[in-house]
Write a protein that binds this ligand. Structure first.
Ligand code: GLN
Length: 366
């Protein structure tokens, strides 16, 4: 058992035990409050560039299985847990979390006080941090000084988006799914509804998308700052009003930027599987799965043709938008769940209905 340290830019040091890769890593340290779903979390490409703290204290207890990955190549920079189980108990388990992290070369640290770490992040906001190499004696002052002078890149979309388009055929509506770092759950929901899906890279142009003759455009989740994906904003400006659009998380933020709105960075973000969101039209509240560090600025929507449809009940921030004139709506949370509750799954049906109702679009392609 080798020691490993987590060093924060604040100078706080947590000494624990290394698991997974023996290598060092650095990233933005964030926390998620999901009690289950660590496999979906670690494989969600939106965490690219981040070291994720699980606030639930026992992680790895049901192992890793072949079904629950949200991407093939996990992109997180590291995982921080209170207690790691190396004897999982579940009929679906194929490997331990440690085995997966060794295989994928991701470092983890266990045995630290995750409550204390979470309290620091809640007070100061998401912080930069380093996971030392296993067994390494670190010079904390040096690491902290270096961290303070480092600005992490926030343009990770390019790293996790597909390099080329690929189809996921069906007999229903043709949906172009723009992959900004897509969770497989989104594709799964579209396939379940028999959509004829074409997954395309983040930098596909509006013209290239129109040439696929889609009935609808689905904008995926993804990592980093939405303002670092100008290609996608330009693409969206060429699509809004032509084809029905449904956006999730990063897709929602990009839709707002493309429509003249603005985004900002939240102090410590929303990450977990129990975030209450109110639908302002129906008055209903749904418990949602979330993972975001940025949000749409409500004030910035004043001069736009967008209206706020959903708000977060924890802090009142924007969680959903709809265009006032054309068929397009987006949500900041994850209706595909995985991990988390499926309360908002009906939004995929709403997208299908929107495409069905878009008679103009149908005629256009007849
Ligand atoms: N899950 C996502 O799509 C996250 C969007 C964006 N990277 C954020 O942190 O806000």
């Amino acid at each position: 058992m080798m020691k490993r340290s987590l060093i924060l830019e604040t100078g706080d040091v947590f000494i624990g035990t290394a698991f997974g890769s023996v290598e060092a890593s650095e990233g933005e340290v964030v926390f998620t409050t999901g009690m289950t779903g660590y496999q979906e979390t670690l494989s969600d490409p939106s965490y690219c560039g981040q070291i994720v703290t699980m606030t639930y204290p026992l992680i790895g207890n049901y192992g890793i299985n072949r079904d629950d990955f949200e991407s093939i190549e996990p992109a997180i920079k590291g995982l921080v847990v209170r207690e790691l189980t190396d004897t999982p108990s579940n009929f679906r388990s194929d490997a331990t979390l440690n085995e997966l992290f060794v295989l994928k070369n991701i470092p983890g640290i266990e045995g630290i006080d995750t409550r204390k770490l979470t309290r620091i992040i809640r007070e100061l906001g998401s912080v930069k941090g380093v996971l030392s190499a296993a067994g390494e004696e670190v010079n904390v002052d040096e690491v902290v000084a270096k961290l303070k002078n480092t600005t992490f890149r926030t343009d990770q979309v390019e790293q996790v988006s597909t390099k080329r388009p690929y189809p996921s055929p069906g007999r229903g509506k043709r949906v172009v799914l723009v992959d900004f770092g897509m969770k497989h759950g989104i594709l799964r929901e579209l396939n379940k509804r028999d959509c004829d899906v074409m997954v395309v890279p983040y930098n596909t142009t509006a013209e290239q998308i129109m040439a696929i003759y889609p009935d609808g455009i689905m904008l995926s989740n993804g990592p980093g700052d939405p303002k670092d994906v100008p290609e996608a904003i330009e693409m969206l400006q060429g699509l809004i009003g032509k084809i029905p659009i449904f956006g999730i998380c990063l897709g929602h933020q990009l839709f707002a930027l493309a429509s003249g709105g603005d985004t900002f960075k939240l102090k410590f973000g929303h990450r977990g599987a129990n975030h209450p969101v109110k639908d302002l039209e129906s008055g209903r509240t749904e418990i949602t799965s979330q993972n975001h560090g940025y949000a749409v600025d409500e004030e910035s929507l004043k001069g736009t043709r967008l209206k706020v449809t959903h708000i977060a009940l924890n802090d009142g921030t924007v969680e959903g938008l709809a265009h006032l004139d054309v068929p397009a709506f987006t949500v900041q949370y994850h209706p595909e769940a995985s991990p988390g509750p499926e309360d908002s799954n009906h939004l995929f049906d709403r997208f299908i209905e929107l495409m069905n109702a878009n008679v103009k679009g149908e005629k256009q392609h007849a």
